[in-house]
Design a protein around this ligand. Structure first.
Ligand SMILES: [Zn+2]
Length: 243
């Protein structure tokens, strides 16, 4: 019997380069709390108070007081089979790049090397005064934590009202415009700029493959229903059979 993954495996093997766009869905399977969805963090904490750049400039202790809600212990979270399947595809030479909206760093932890984190990463903290970088698990004590120079430390993530890192955006646009297959995984991509990336890919002739619990893209060429941690390893094993 033909696997439901076979046509997509064929497509990825035949049409390169392939690029993935990932969102909260893939990380939810690793236990990362969600932000925007129902029951997510922004229902409990008003982001304009706790996570906007304006609020941070006024009183950074607000952000730091809920930092533990974002990620209690950065090193405690581990990539799941979905992250690992993407890393494996990259090492097979079948996935050129991962563009992610996630700030948890799990793609890199899983072994993906070509990754653009368009909303930044919780991995690094830096001093807004002198620029010195700290690794997340080594944040100095105190609320808000301060640098040796007494400057306030800020996460290397994009806060509300803050503009996205231009270099990351340019990479994301270039990868979306240059791929021939885009895998859209665990995201409904309603938030810009991620929302435009599947459309850019499509406009440039790429095929769209959606991996989600619920279909969100009416223009997807293929829809693989299910968890990323289930669907992606199946897809990789199908490709291993064929290649
Ligand atoms: Zn400093």
């Amino acid at each position: 019997m033909e696997s439901i993954y076979q046509p997509v495996a064929d497509l990825i093997l035949r049409r390169q380069p392939c690029v993935a766009l990932t969102g909260a869905g893939i990380s939810a399977e690793s236990g990362i709390p969600t932000f925007r969805s129902k029951g997510g963090l922004w229902e409990k904490f008003d982001p304009t108070v706790y996570a906007s750049i304006e609020a941070f400039r006024g009183d950074p202790s607000k952000y730091w007081s809920i930092r533990g809600e974002f990620i209690r212990n950065y090193d405690a979270y581990q990539p799941n089979p979905g992250h690992r399947a993407l890393a494996e595809l990259e090492s097979m030479g079948l996935l050129r790049h991962v563009i992610t909206q996630n700030i948890d760093g799990l793609h890199r932890k899983a072994g993906s090397r070509s990754v653009t984190e368009i909303h930044g990463s919780l991995r690094e903290i830096f001093c807004i005064q002198c620029g010195k970088e700290y690794r997340a698990p080594n944040i100095p004590e105190g609320t808000p934590p301060r640098c040796e120079c007494e400057g306030v430390l800020k996460p290397n993530t994009v806060l509300f009202g803050e503009s996205l890192p231009i270099q990351a955006l340019e990479t994301a646009w270039r990868e979306a415009g240059g791929c021939r297959v885009m895998l859209v995984i665990g995201t409904s991509a309603v938030v810009q700029p991620a929302a435009s990336l599947p459309f850019i890919a499509k406009e440039h002739g790429a095929a769209l493959v959606e991996v989600n619990l619920d279909k969100a893209f009416s223009n997807a060429d293929y829809f693989l229903e299910g968890k990323a941690g289930t669907v992606l390893p199946e897809l990789v094993s199908e490709m291993r059979k064929q290649s």
